[in-house]
Design a protein around this ligand. Structure first.
Ligand code: FAD
Length: 462
């Protein structure tokens, strides 16, 4: 553990409105819990910032004290565990969850530690939504900075596509605004480039008029997965943009919401979210109800926040071991479907999963070089995730993920969605950013020349 200078820690503490936690102090162990239980790290200091001033003091302290590892914790969901470190300092934003909705301008400003459930809660009251993910406990910080894919991707784009501006504390301790007109280079990098460029203390988003949608899961027998994947591929190829639906292999949760004979069964499913005109909804979702026939059709009108949090209970924070691998995909080929059929039916333990998320529609129409996100031409992202409570299952889970991923990777577009990457090295990061990588590295040199913020999918300064 790094030996940190006592008097200067006291100086930092005195400057804070939030809390400073050190090993052994009450609250320290709770504060270092993050989503992936595989990660058990012990920072020397966790600063639970209350406001922008706390973030500025903490960044200045970290830089001046030459702290070797500085992490930024938003929602704590990233499975790499970059939000925590051993022996360094954590800038913890989880107390910074203020939100202000402006219905007149159809915008919302949310502090950097908000979850996307916080954002949904605030915007839904006004009949609006911001595109986010499919599990509402995810932090908007990591989600937006990495891109953000979910139930509204095809209708309204990635989370970062709705970003209007961001207030950022950069490595020199300055608060800067990034938008189309202020520091546009930084604004470009924040939309997909991850947490490389500073601490985003607040995000300003455009809201979209979405309230009640038609959505939910339709479950099919795993024995029909070949036909189901072909059906999904063909259905999505002609579906309107206001239909975002993801494909899943899973083990049905052992809870009362599901019929008893289905519980603990390996199945495949399509989880739909239709945001278009209600009078057209039935015609759009009908093919999903007719294919199969389904083992369970739980689709129907539902408030968007309810759909966005429907599966939260399956993925509680700090309780599950997680090992993930992912890729961007241009086309779900017949050969790829054979790999899915082989491995999808062998999901090892609940709640392990394979998901295929569409990233086309509105997200695909954003210009290739308009943001740092480098795969506007991809149609899908697939993610294979071994998730289970018992560390004894890790070896089997990893073997399943690796075998499945190796089988699929030759049919992928090469790189992976940065928020689904684990600690996989520079080659994977370069494949993810393609020809945007060099521009990101130059931007890093401008905003973080000493790589203070390197606990992330790191782009070292050029
Ligand atoms: C259960 C679960 C469900 C998920 N579902 C989806 C989904 O539907 N769609 C999707 O796109 N992704 C999804 N993800 C992936 C998710 O987007 C990433 O894990 C993301 O990094 C989480 O952000 P966070 O703020 O919660 O994480 P953290 O671990 O707190 O942060 C991750 C990294 O982001 C950076 N960061 C976070 N906040 C800030 C900030 N305010 N300023 C600067 N840098 C910051 C830091 O580099 C940090 O290390 C899911 C993850 C989990 C575990």
């Amino acid at each position: 553990m790094a030996v940190l200078d006592r008097p200067s820690i006291d100086g930092l503490k005195a400057s804070l409105r939030g809390e400073l936690l050190q090993p052994g102090e009450p609250g320290y162990d709770a504060a270092r819990v993050i989503y992936n239980k595989m990660i058990d790290r012990r920072p020397a200091l966790i600063v639970r910032c209350a406001d922008e001033a706390d973030v500025i003091s903490t960044v200045n302290y970290a830089r001046e004290a030459k702290i070797a590892s500085v992490s930024i914790r938003g929602g704590g969901h990233n499975v790499t565990g970059f939000a925590m470190n051993d022996g360094g300092l954590v800038i913890d934003l989880s107390r910074m969850r203020g939100i202000h909705v402006d219905p007149d301008t159809q915008t919302v400003r949310a502090e950097g530690g908000c979850t996307f459930g916080d954002l949904d809660h605030a915007t839904h009251a006004f009949g609006y939504a911001v595109p986010a993910g499919v599990i509402s406990t995810t932090g908007i910080g990591g989600l937006t900075l990495g891109g953000g894919i979910g139930n509204l991707t095809r209708a309204y784009g990635l989370s970062c596509d709705s970003l209007i501006s961001a207030d950022v504390v950069t490595a020199d301790g300055k608060l800067v605004t990034a938008s189309a007109t202020k520091n546009p280079d930084l604004f470009w990098g924040l939309r997909g480039g991850g947490g490389n460029f500073g601490v985003v203390v607040s995000f300003e988003y455009r809201m979209h008029p979405v309230s009640t949608v038609v959505g939910g899961p339709v479950i099919y027998p795993v024995e029909k997965s070949r036909e189901a994947l072909r059906f999904y591929r063909d259905y999505m190829a002609s579906a309107p943009d206001d239909m975002s639906a993801f494909f899943a292999f899973l083990i049905v949760p052992d809870v009362e919401a599901f019929p008893a004979p289905l519980r603990n069964q390996r199945v495949c499913a399509i989880v739909a979210c239709y945001t278009g005109p209600m009078e057209k909804a039935e015609a759009v979702v009908k093919p999903l109800r007719q294919f199969g026939p389904p083992l369970l059709d739980a689709m129907g009108p539902i408030p968007l926040p309810a759909l966005n949090s429907m599966f939260d209970f399956t993925l509680p924070i700090g309780e599950l071991q997680n090992y993930w691998k992912a890729d961007f995909v241009n086309e779900i080929s017949d050969a790829a479907i054979e790999e899915h059929v082989k491995y999808g039916a062998q999901v090892p333990r609940a709640p392990s999963l394979m998901h295929i998320y569409p990233v086309n529609g509105a997200a695909g129409r954003v210009g290739k070089d308009d943001t740092a996100w480098a795969y506007r031409d991809a149609n899908y992202v697939h993610i294979i995730a071994a998730i289970h409570p018992n560390p004894a299952d890790n070896a089997q889970g990893k073997e399943w993920v690796r075998g499945y991923w190796e089988g699929l990777h030759p049919y992928s577009a090469g790189g992976a969605y940065v928020n689904f990457l684990m600690d996989e090295g520079q080659d994977r990061i370069k494949a993810t950013y393609r020809d945007h990588y060099d521009r990101l590295a130059s931007l890093k040199r401008t905003y973080d020349p000493t790589n203070l913020f390197h606990m992330n999918q790191n782009i070292p300064p050029a």
